[in-house]
Design a protein around this ligand. Structure first.
Ligand SMILES: N[C@@H](CCC(=O)N[C@@H](CS)C(=O)NCC(=O)O)C(=O)O
Length: 227
């Protein structure tokens, strides 16, 4: 059996996406966490400087999208990408939208809402000595804010961001009404990527209720928890 190690932060939606993919493929793996002041060690694992990083028998891959594509090659069943070419294209586009757009809403909530920031820092310091928490909080928030600014999120009001986010939720709810999965007839990379981002919003943000208030979306999130 392959020795598979996921280098991760538990609160990272990208790491969650990879955990979901590994579980769906039935791959046995272990995790190494970079919580608290261990975080700088994560940057040394791969030139990308980011997590997740997956070690597969010593072969190291970074980036959740590349990791999932590699997993599909190593363990083809069940496939993460639909067989139909149009569905495959749509699934990959939704994956990219979740990773490159939806992600920043959750970052914005963690950066701007004190409750979400506190919860995120608590999770980020799990398993670490208590004295690290007050040191981690400003580093974490500074990093979130500079990445949000670089992305173009800086300057939007709370109301504007929430209005934008809830429109995305309405669109997802509409896409899922009367359907089990976002694309095609099986759970795909689109479901893994989008639900991973929303799971993290539900876990740390006061907007959890806003997400769960949409019936088709809430039922799909529950289905994804079991997929
Ligand atoms: N496109 C990458 C994004 C990974 C990413 O941004 N990971 C964040 C954690 S959620 C990270 O490593 N941040 C540390 C940093 O930017 O220094 C993926 O899909 O894996």
């Amino acid at each position: 059996m392959a020795d598979v190690v996921l280098h991760q932060w538990d609160i990272s939606p990208y790491c969650r996406k990879v955990r979901k993919a590994l579980r769906r493929k039935g791959v046995v793996y272990r995790t190494v966490d970079y919580n608290g002041l261990r975080a700088p060690k994560a940057a040394k694992l791969h030139p990308s400087g980011k997590l997740p990083v997956l070690d597969w028998d010593g072969e190291r891959i970074a980036d959740s999208t590349l990791i999932c594509a590699d997993l599909d090659r190593r363990v083809p069943d069940p496939p993460l990408v639909p067989a139909d070419p149009r569905d495959a294209a749509l699934a990959r586009l939704l994956e990219d939208w979740a990773d490159e757009s939806l992600y920043y809403f959750e970052m914005q909530f963690r950066a701007a809402y004190p409750d979400a920031a506190t919860k995120a820092v608590e999770l980020l310091c799990e398993g670490r000595p208590g004295w690290e928490k007050p040191l981690v909080r400003p580093i974490f928030l500074r990093s979130l804010r500079s990445r949000l600014k670089a992305h173009g999120f800086g300057g939007w009001s709370r109301e504007e961001v929430e209005r934008w986010f809830t429109r995305h939720l309405d669109d997802l709810d509409a896409m899922l009404t009367g359907r089990e999965w976002l694309v095609g007839t099986q759970c795909s990379i689109a479901d893994l990527a989008v639900s991973s981002q929303l799971d993290e919003v539900v876990r740390t943000s006061t907007l959890a209720g806003t997400v769960r208030a949409r019936p088709a979306l809430a039922a799909w999130l529950d289905r994804m928890a079991l997929a």
